[in-house]
Design a protein around this ligand. Structure first.
Ligand code: FES
Ligand SMILES: [Fe+2]
Length: 360
């Protein structure tokens, strides 16, 4: 994206956030073709471990094979389509609760009761449908498009940048997750996350507790669909915890995931999951060196939920209502050539990526 734009850039027409036809196209072009976060590797650490999740209406499961390999399958039995696995846990075999067809951890059918004498029944040809899965710094991503470029080729250089802030990030362990349903389109929530023009107005606590707001910037990384947020750590008496060590950085990966590294290497994530054109589930996940929650992490999680997260929730639901107003005319984005906290160049980048993706 050209960050030194000279022409006025306007917000997207409201139908991009409200129209069922656009949403249907986004589902196919964005969520079924781009890399989506599944779970952290620490949630499927041992052979037999599995974790189920969904991308819109597509149910999926990550399974840790006996051979040590992690695979992702559509979570659907190949007999008559019952859901195979529920929740998360550990299994020796994947057994369907409907007629008890069982599958090996690598997805191959092991046994189908009553088929021994069935003519033309060849169990060796039956296998769960596998989905692309790549790991990134300990985070597992999947892509429903078999022809998609590998994750590392989609986001080149990001892992190096993440490791510069948090060198041993892959050793982190999942500690806790919270989620909230927001009555807004996924893009409203993603846009709100990716601009800090509103931070001084709405987020006084975050702006004084974690980061030095004057140093905040959000910049697209050249050539890839990633927005890098950066700021110096807040070191004054208002800091929420001991922020000495590293600065703040977060990496938003198009379309719906952000890896945040708070000062001193406190790792957490945002994941936006569309439920409907005007409904989104936002997951916050927190990680620690051993999977436990110490006093500092508990304090940051609580303050984050009570302040920044709650403040943003009110904003995005209000905006969704406004997008349905007959009186709304999309305004000019505040795209400052010098970027910085009061610029919406990141919103312009998101809009470009959406339009490119929808037209691809
Ligand atoms: S649908 Fe799974 S065994 Fe029949
Ligand atoms: Fe915000």
């Amino acid at each position: 994206m050209n960050t030194a734009m000279t022409t006025a850039v306007r917000a997207l027409p409201a139908l991009y956030y409200t129209d069922a036809g656009v949403y249907a196209r986004v589902r196919e072009r964005v969520f079924f073709r781009e890399w989506q976060f599944a779970c952290h590797v620490s949630r499927v650490a041992k052979p037999g471990d599995f974790f189920t999740f969904s991308i819109l209406d597509q149910d999926l499961a990550v399974v840790h094979g006996r051979d040590g390999k992690l695979r992702c399958f559509y979570n659907v039995c190949q007999h008559r389509a019952h859901t195979l696995l529920q929740g998360s846990g550990s299994k020796r075999l994947l057994v369907c609760p409907y007629h008890a067809w069982s599958y090996e951890l690598d997805g191959h059918l092991r046994k189908a009761p009553g088929t021994e004498d069935l003519p033309d029944f060849d169990p060796s040809t039956i296998c769960l449908t596998e989905v692309r899965l790549d790991a990134f710094c300990g985070f597992l991503f999947v892509n429903l498009d078999p022809d998609a470029a590998a994750f590392a080729d989609t986001f080149p250089g990001v892992e190096t940048a993440v490791r510069a802030l948090c060198p041993n990030i892959e050793t982190r362990i999942f500690a806790q997750e919270t989620w909230e349903r927001e009555r807004c389109n996924w893009l409203v929530a993603v846009e709100n996350y990716n601009e800090c023009y509103h931070c001084k107005v709405v987020h006084p606590t975050f702006a004084s507790g974690v980061i030095d707001p004057g140093s905040y910037n959000i910049a697209p990384i050249d050539g890839i669909r990633c927005l890098r947020h950066s700021a110096r750590a807040q070191s004054g008496p208002s800091a929420w915890y001991d922020t000495s060590g590293s600065d703040y950085g977060s990496f938003f990966l198009w379309p719906a995931f952000s890896l945040q590294i708070y000062p001193s290497g406190m790792v957490n994530t945002y994941h936006w999951r569309p439920l409907a054109v005007d409904s989104t589930e936002v997951h916050r996940q927190w990680y620690s060196p051993d999977g436990t929650i110490d006093e500092a992490l508990q304090k940051v999680m609580d303050l984050d939920r009570e302040t920044t997260f709650a403040e943003d929730l009110r904003l995005v639901e209000n905006v969704q209502r406004g997008l349905g107003s007959r009186g709304y005319r999309p305004g000019q984005l505040v795209v400052n050539p010098g970027q910085g906290i009061d610029s919406e160049h990141s919103i312009a980048a998101l809009h470009n990526w959406l339009l490119e993706t929808l037209c691809a």
